[in-house]
Write a protein that binds this ligand. Structure first.
Ligand code: TEU
Length: 543
């Protein structure tokens, strides 16, 4: 199998609104990212996935784009963007742009035209439907952000489809002109020297709204092959699709090199394990660590040479992992390092979300007025109307709401965590005085240096990239696996709990330590009492 740069690097996700504000308006910006490139270089990453920076009215923080070829004024200018690409390149960092083409903003020129009437040349860029026989919405399709996915356009009497906010009308991918316009836009960015694309809800572009089919529609892969040919094919770019409904079989359709579609996908099977089956993301059940291990292991082994995994615990839509499945108080450092070690030792391309590398935590709110995220706000009103209590809804938002990961990056212990000299658009987490980059850099045992070490190890040990994976059978809350490559074997162990656990792996003798989140040296794994959230990797001989 041909090897690619995007298999060897670690990618860091920047949510620009919350990363670093350079001009005091309380909103992060491109010059702020440029200013922090030395920090990212020190971490050792090879690419930045940049959440959308295009012109947008910000109904969904940039995921509602009104002009794909211009930069959002709050973030800077196209010249800043070009400078970011160039400055990052000098540090060996490629910029991966967020490609949001399932929908545009309702303020995009195409939609403004489309609304002018049924005869407008842009009408068919979007999905329109007549009212149902009873005069109501065309069918039962719902929006991810609560309520129906159909909005009435009074002027024409037709409804348009919006699988997200009503300010995010869905593009009609069956229209070849839409596809060509998207490909032209992608080439505009490729010509600027970017390193690839993260493709927002790409599994929805093959939808058949009249049949209420949204994810994994019949023409999805045909479109992606066409896109590949028309844009990034043969250019050594990283392409990662966001695919909520992917199974390993589906992931192979996207990422089998022979099919010439994408490099890899983000799959979310493991991210749904603390959700009550058949219910919504807000309806939580305790995580079954055994199920988590088996889900991850299945992805590790099933793609084989017919695909490639992306590895992540966090992104801008998900809560902070240590607040979710770790321990963000007593064992904050240990559990953050455990998540880092377990993830980076698996096979695939690791993604680190801003702040994860310093162990940032969820940011609880006490009132809906403190919440900015449209998904949480809409759900709040929907559930209030359904009779849920405020307390129950806020508890769910504090666990799963998207603002948890979107609070400003904590750079230092000064006012507003050094993120801005003004008033931040979303409140800084009050724990910034203890948890911040300056403190992490000053402490040689900090979470930051565990990430740095893992990224360095990846550059030195091909085993971490190419080695085979085998899950070991251990007590439920111990996650243990092997990586094997060219006669060498690494054992990776993590105690996923607040309790001590007994590890018995007499079949291995320890040859050398690789990484560990507690200070003492590991000489044997035959009988070992694991401390809470202890995690390590050792080179072993199999007896
Ligand atoms: O997310 C897709 C998506 O379905 C999310 O809304 C997700 O389901 C939810 O946040 C988790 O519960 C992508 C982007 O990552 C997200 O930020 C956008 O809001 C969304 O698409 C629309 O563009």
């Amino acid at each position: 199998m041909k090897k690619h740069w995007w298999q060897e690097v670690v990618i860091y996700q920047v949510y620009p609104r919350s990363f670093k504000d350079s001009d005091g308006d309380g909103i992060g910006d491109l010059p702020g990212i440029i200013e922090k490139l030395p920090y990212l270089e020190k971490l050792g990453i090879g690419g930045i996935w940049l959440s959308p920076v295009y012109q947008s009215p910000n109904d969904d923080n940039g995921y509602d784009i009104s002009d794909y070829e211009n930069i959002m004024a709050e973030f800077g200018t196209m010249a800043d963007m070009e400078q970011l690409i160039a400055e990052a390149a000098k540090r060996g960092i490629k910029i991966i742009m967020d490609l949001v083409v399932n929908h545009t903003s309702d303020e995009h020129r195409w939609f403004v035209e489309a609304k002018k009437g049924r005869e407008n040349p842009y009408r068919d860029y979007y999905v329109w439907a007549d009212p149902a026989k009873d005069g109501g919405v065309p069918n039962g399709l719902g929006s991810t952000f609560s309520g129906t996915a159909w909005e009435l356009d009074e002027a024409s009497g037709q409804y348009y489809l919006h699988l997200f906010s009503k300010k995010q009308p869905d593009l009609n991918w069956e229209n070849p002109q839409v596809r060509q316009a998207v490909y032209d836009m992608m080439n505009f960015w490729i010509d600027k020297g970017i390193g690839g694309f993260r493709m927002d809800v790409i599994d929805l572009i093959g939808k058949i709204p009249e049949k209420e089919i949204t994810g994994n529609g019949p023409k999805l892969h045909e479109y992606l092959q066409e896109m590949n040919q028309a844009t990034f094919g043969g250019k050594e770019l990283l392409t990662v699709g966001e695919t909520w409904g992917a199974t390993p079989e589906i992931a192979k359709l996207y990422s089998n090199p022979a099919r010439q579609e994408l490099s890899m996908v983000f799959q979310f099977e493991h991210m749904g394990l603390d959700q009550e089956p058949g219910k919504e993301k807000w309806d939580l059940q305790p995580l079954d660590v055994g199920a988590l291990k088996h889900a991850l292991a299945r992805w590790q082994t099933e793609l084989g040479s017919e695909g490639w995994n992306s590895l992540f615990w966090e992104n801008h839509d998900l809560p902070r992992i240590i607040s979710r499945w770790g321990n963000d108080s007593r064992y904050r450092e240990a559990s953050a390092k455990l998540f880092a070690i377990l993830l980076h030792m698996m096979k695939g391309t690791p993604y680190v979300y801003q702040g994860e590398e310093i162990g940032m935590t969820n940011a609880p709110v006490t009132d809906i007025s403190e919440v900015a995220d449209i998904e949480s706000r809409n759900m709040y009103h929907e559930r209030l109307a359904k009779g849920f209590t405020k307390e129950a809804i806020l508890a769910a938002i504090n666990k799963k709401g998207r603002d948890n990961a979107r609070t400003p990056m904590q750079w230092d212990a000064t006012k507003e965590a050094g993120f801005t000299t003004g008033t931040p658009w979303l409140a800084v987490n009050p724990n910034y005085r203890e948890i911040n980059v300056a403190a992490a850099l000053a402490d040689p045992n900090s979470i930051f240096y565990t990430y740095q070490q893992l990224i360095k190890l990846r550059k030195e040990h091909p085993l971490m990239i190419w080695g085979d994976f085998e899950l070991l059978s251990t007590p439920t809350t111990i996650f243990a696996y092997l990586r094997r490559y060219e006669g060498e074997t690494w054992l990776v162990v993590g105690n996923f709990s607040d309790d001590t656990q007994e590890l018995h792996l007499p079949q291995f003798s320890v040859l050398a330590p690789v990484i560990h989140n507690y200070p003492e040296k590991i000489t044997s794994v035959a009988h070992r009492l694991l401390a809470p959230w202890e995690a390590f990797t050792v080179k072993v001989r199999e007896e």
